[in-house]
Design a binder for this molecule. Structure first.
Ligand code: FMN
Ligand code: SF4
Ligand code: SF4
Length: 262
């Protein structure tokens, strides 16, 4: 778990901003809390804190603003994020940034996307920005945060393999690599599980809709990886970030063919 960064998010309207916060926390493997939960934490121990919410009347939600106004003065860097209903963001981040700056914090980055909004004229058409933030927005949020904190980028050990064997139907490939004098065992070509990181919690087994994984010697093995549809559910549930996906468009065609035969 990344103990350096904390994300505080108040997503009071439709849970729009929480989707971005979850994508960012997943990318950084850090804690994500709301303001109430944050009150019980010692915020001084984090090197950087991210603050985010939806935009309400041209600023972040009052709950978040109030929480920040009570914070101690600190030189801790901060980043801000939001979702907004209007076509452009405008200067909606300014009140929050000004407040954080007054509290001694330096703003190191900011991010915003559109969020589903069913207010004002949008009610006539059943709401604006339907489905937003969507998957693409969540990926953008993850890219934003990984650029801001390159140190916490997921390192995919599979990519360091010098020789990758060709796929054999139904067989899970196993690789041993050495890194910093430690031996790492990887399983799978399309779905790779780092056996050293896997704690055998079984969450990937329960949540993979295609039943790709099985526990072998108390570790997850991607036994049926050739059926993987790259939905990424396993990655979002894995607490230790042990899973990597390598599917290409060729694999997607192969998967579609295999499924159509059933
Ligand atoms: C009462 C209210 C006021 C809002 N005011 C604004 C606004 O001034 N500018 C804007 O772009 N969006 C505005 N929105 C839209 C929200 O910012 C948008 O739906 C956001 O994604 C909500 O985030 P949340 O679901 O995380 O709370 C408003 C929404 C509500 C309900
Ligand atoms: S990406 Fe989806 S289908 Fe593939 S292993 Fe993970 S959960 Fe299963
Ligand atoms: S979710 Fe992650 S840690 Fe848990 S069994 Fe699967 S790969 Fe291992």
């Amino acid at each position: 778990m990344n103990e350096d960064v904390l994300i505080i998010c108040e997503s009071v309207y439709n849970g729009n901003t929480l989707k971005l916060a979850t994508a960012m926390a997943g990318e950084l493997n850090c804690l994500l809390v709301n303001t109430k939960e944050a009150e019980n934490l010692d915020l001084r121990k984090y090197k950087t804190i991210g603050f985010g919410s939806g935009i309400f009347f041209a600023r972040h939600t009052p709950i978040l603003m109030e929480f920040i106004s009570k914070l101690e003065f600190s030189e801790q860097p901060a980043f801000v994020f939001s979702t907004h209903g209007s076509p452009i963001l405008g200067k909606y981040h300014k009140p929050l940034k000004t407040l954080l700056t007054k509290k001694g914090r330096t703003i190191i980055g900011e991010f915003s996307t559109k969020g589903y909004d069913c207010t004002g004229p949008f009610t006539i058409v059943g709401g604006g920005n339907k489905g937003k933030p969507n998957e693409s927005d969540q990926r953008k949020a993850a890219r934003f945060i990984s650029k801001l904190f390159p140190k916490y980028k997921r390192i995919d050990d599979y990519l360091s393999l010098t020789h990758i064997e060709s796929l054999r139907d139904g067989v899970t490939n196993v690789y041993k690599i050495k890194k910093d004098a430690n031996e790492i065992i990887l399983k799978g070509d399309i779905v790779t599980v780092n056996q050293n990181k896997c704690i055998g919690c079984g969450k990937c087994l329960k949540n993979c809709p295609l039943g790709i994984f099985e526990l072998r010697y108390e570790k997850s093995a991607p036994i049926r990886e050739l059926d993987c549809v790259q939905c990424r559910l396993c990655q979002s549930y894995c607490p230790t970030r042990a899973i990597y996906l390598h599917g290409t468009w060729k694999d997607s065609i192969r998967v579609a063919k295999r499924h159509s035969k059933r």
